[in-house]
Write a protein that binds this ligand. Structure first.
Ligand SMILES: Cc1ncc(COP(=O)(O)O)c(C=O)c1O
Length: 358
């Protein structure tokens, strides 16, 4: 029930890690194969979001990806404003705040009642806005922002749209073309069934072509193996956002995790996850739990949050006495089942939460 924080291990992700360890052990070094695996992981990520592998860069975290995007923006001229939703994961807001020393001025789109509508951006996005940073799913309660409507608002003012899809990718269909986003980032340890230490960034091709991130390194060059210390050229694709040696073993695992999801199909996963989400919301209401945020499952990813007095004590009680891994986050306990979960799993988790509350 913990996919909003860390997905469980699967046979195929474990086998992927072992494949890398075996390669390292038997060949000593096989950079061609290892870098090819990173390229395959980019491909798998691209498939998830309806993009091309050339539009994907790789990082070790979403924070790092956000910093690379920020480093490519100029806040010294007429576009200094950065509009950030209050629903962002703190790290993302903090990356944007750090840009204030480079001339950026952060303005906030407010959360109200645990949700945030596209209208919350009206009057905050203006013609001096460089970029709007909006998460797809709110980490606290799974609320889905209306990304296409926010992208349209950003673009109407000539601003870019940065989307953090960490809480949705793998659970909710995401199509970067339909949503109209300029950047999309996600790590892999939540609904993508992977591990910490790897994240991917999509950059719209026309946007990538005019940006030069100063968070960079040899893998961002047109030929990383040219070894020309005095030359700073730029890869023609989104790999200009790559920096140093990529996280290879994490790429093996990430690819295997994403492969599971792409094989099942996100539309199928979403349909089942909606049923699970209804069950969590309805079951929580029947047991008298206090829901945090929206009760409309169509406006949510597969996380549901209930307000509790001491979320960490509740999490520990559920784990020890109920055999359930839930996720404490500030004022809430989150239940985040996924495609492999059953209705019985959900009921058992709700009962364990009820017992912990009692
Ligand atoms: C929506 C969202 N964005 C970003 C992060 C943090 O990403 P990273 O640690 O890869 O920077 C989290 C993490 O838990 C998250 O839920």
């Amino acid at each position: 029930m913990n996919n909003c924080s860390q997905a469980p291990q699967t046979d195929s992700t474990r086998a992927a890690a072992e494949r890398y360890l075996e390669s390292w052990n038997t060949s000593g070094m096989d950079w061609d194969a290892w870098i090819a695996e990173v390229a395959l992981a980019k491909r798998e990520f691209a498939t998830l979001i309806n993009a091309s592998p050339d539009d994907i860069a790789v990082f070790s975290s979403v924070s790092e990806a956000t910093s690379a995007v920020a480093s490519a923006l100029d806040f010294s001229g007429g576009r200094r404003r950065v509009v950030v939703s209050e629903a962002e994961f703190p790290s993302i807001g903090q990356v944007w705040l750090a840009q204030e020393s480079r001339g950026a001025q952060v303005a906030w789109a407010p959360v109200s009642g645990g949700t945030i509508e596209a209208e919350a951006y009206d009057g905050v996005i203006d013609d001096q806005t460089a970029i709007v940073s909006a998460c797809h799913g709110y980490y606290l309660n799974g609320y889905l922002q209306d990304t296409a409507a926010i992208a349209a608002r950003a673009h109407a003012h000539g601003a870019l749209l940065y989307l953090d899809a960490y809480q949705t990718l793998g659970a909710v269909p995401v199509d970067v073309q339909a949503l109209g986003v300029d950047f999309l980032a996600s790590g892999n340890l939540k609904f993508l069934m992977g591990v910490p230490g790897i994240a991917f960034l999509y950059v719209r091709r026309e946007v990538a072509a005019r940006l030069h991130p100063t968070v960079t390194g040899w893998f961002g060059r047109s030929d990383p193996f040219a070894f020309n210390v005095k030359q700073l050229d730029w890869s023609a694709s989104a790999s200009r956002f790559d920096s140093g040696t990529p996280p290879v073993i994490n790429a093996y695992i990430a690819r295997a995790g994403m492969e599971i999801l792409n094989k099942i199909g996100i539309a199928n996963i979403y349909a089942w996850n909606q049923i699970l989400t209804h069950r969590v919301i309805d079951g929580g209401r029947d047991r008298g739990f206090t829901l945090h945020g929206a009760s409309d499952a169509t406006r949510k990813t597969t996380s549901t949050a209930f307000v509790v007095a001491d979320s960490h004590a509740i999490e520990a009680h559920m784990r020890v006495h109920g055999g359930i891994i839930a996720s404490a986050r500030g004022p809430v306990i989150r239940l985040a089942p996924h495609f492999y979960s059953t209705i019985e799993d959900v009921d058992r988790a709700l009962d364990a939460l009820g017992a912990a509350l009692a």
